[in-house]
Design a protein around this ligand. Structure first.
Ligand SMILES: [Mn+2]
Length: 389
């Protein structure tokens, strides 16, 4: 059988105030062609179907039109809620959607699994773990009683417990067995977007702790497509079909096609999307703006302009002038003078990750990680990490 793995559509998302429903419509059209060309037997959507828990009506229409096409073509869909979706809202629609073979799971449950007989007359089992945050997996009093490292460990162990239980309860020897989840695997490569930085929280599971049973683990949450290294069985993030923000400009967007049969290893193929609008960050000065206008004349994607103002530049109406010259501009960022190279800071193990994240954040704001700032941050981080209950 052939499965298509996608995730993180974020339908309803805006960029620099611009609605992106047209881009999603183009993606869904391309997806429909891929499903046909690749003779797909079932579609897996690994969470963050919508960008908000209360998506705009246009977003729901696009998604439900897609479901309708799948139902007419008799191609089952399995989907889970991500952290951006409303789990209860998805649960609320699930029983109706099930009538047309759209299997939706909104909340983590031990019985979240579905057995499907495909067009090829093979058995497919999908066990599903919708987004389960730390507030769900950790008891409130553990936050006080455990150190942050212990809490992370407890979180990872509970996540492992849930995944293992799902696999051992639902997977069948005569089926193709797939685990679908919306979570962060430790060490997965991020896109470098701020959005990703914020969500690459400390609540992760090491890839070695993923379940060893089954054929494939279909993940959602991280927007950069990738095969997860060191997982016990083949495991991948399909990534988002659109560049959700400018931090993702270097990502190739696409979907995974999984060819699978019971009792055999799978074949995993990345299928790039051809019709995705590119996004680009342009670093420039007011002086170079006119030449860029010619150079980027045929660029159809979205632009973020990071402008470096010089003494002689006027300071008002900058954004307006940029938008006039480069009409594709969705965002304008005025850059402070280029920071000098950072000095190497000796980090303690416990403080390393927050500080790395903070440094990245400063860089993204074109600010320098000065020793004063770093020391103050480190002091606060240590205080927070070693705070007594
Ligand atoms: Mn997510």
């Amino acid at each position: 059988m052939r499965l298509l793995h996608t995730s993180d559509w974020h339908v309803g998302v805006t960029l620099g105030g611009k609605d992106r429903l047209n881009e999603h419509a183009v993606f869904i059209e391309e997806l429909n062609s891929i499903i046909q060309e690749e003779s797909i037997d079932a579609v897996l959507i690994a969470g963050d179907l919508y960008d908000q828990s209360n998506p705009p009506p246009g977003a729901e229409k696009l998604v439900f039109d897609f479901f309708r096409v799948m139902a007419e073509r008799k191609i089952p869909v399995v989907l889970i809620a991500g952290n951006h979706d409303s789990g209860p809202r998805i649960e609320g629609r699930a029983r109706l959607l099930q009538l047309v073979e759209i299997h939706a799971f909104g909340e983590p449950r031990r019985d979240a699994a579905i057995e499907i007989i495909t067009k090829t007359n093979e058995k497919l089992v999908v066990a599903a773990l919708p987004f389960a945050g730390e507030s769900r997996l950790l008891h409130w009093d553990e936050a006080a009683a455990q150190s942050s490292l212990d809490q992370k460990q407890t979180f990872a162990e509970r996540m492992k417990g849930l995944l293992d239980a799902l696999a051992s309860t639902h997977f069948k020897p005569d089926a193709v067995n797939v685990m679908m989840a919306h979570l962060t695997v430790d060490g997965a490569a991020l896109s470098g977007s701020e959005r990703n930085l914020r969500m690459s929280d400390t609540w992760t599971i090491p890839s070695e702790m993923l379940p060893a049973l089954g054929h494939y683990i279909a993940l959602g949450h991280i927007h950069k497509p990738q095969v997860v290294p060191n997982a016990p069985i083949p495991c991948a993030y399909s990534g988002s079909p659109l560049h959700i923000d400018f931090g993702e400009e270097k990502d190739f967007k696409g979907v995974y096609v999984v060819t699978a049969a019971a009792g055999k290893p799978i074949q995993l193929d990345f299928r790039p999307l051809k019709n995705v609008l590119p996004v680009r960050t342009i670093r420039t000065t007011m002086k170079d703006l006119p030449s860029l206008s010619k150079e980027l004349h045929d660029f159809t994607g979205h632009i973020k302009v990071a402008i470096k103002l010089n003494e002689e530049d006027k300071k008002v109406g900058v954004a307006e002038e940029i938008r006039r010259t480069l009409p594709q501009t969705l965002m304008v960022q005025v850059d402070a003078p280029t920071p000098e190279p950072k000095s190497v800071v000796q980090l303690t193990d416990a403080g390393q990750k927050p500080l790395e994240a903070y440094t990245l954040y400063l860089e993204s704001q074109s600010r320098q990680a000065t020793p004063d700032l770093v020391n103050a941050f480190q002091e606060l981080a240590n205080e927070a990490l070693h705070a007594s209950p």
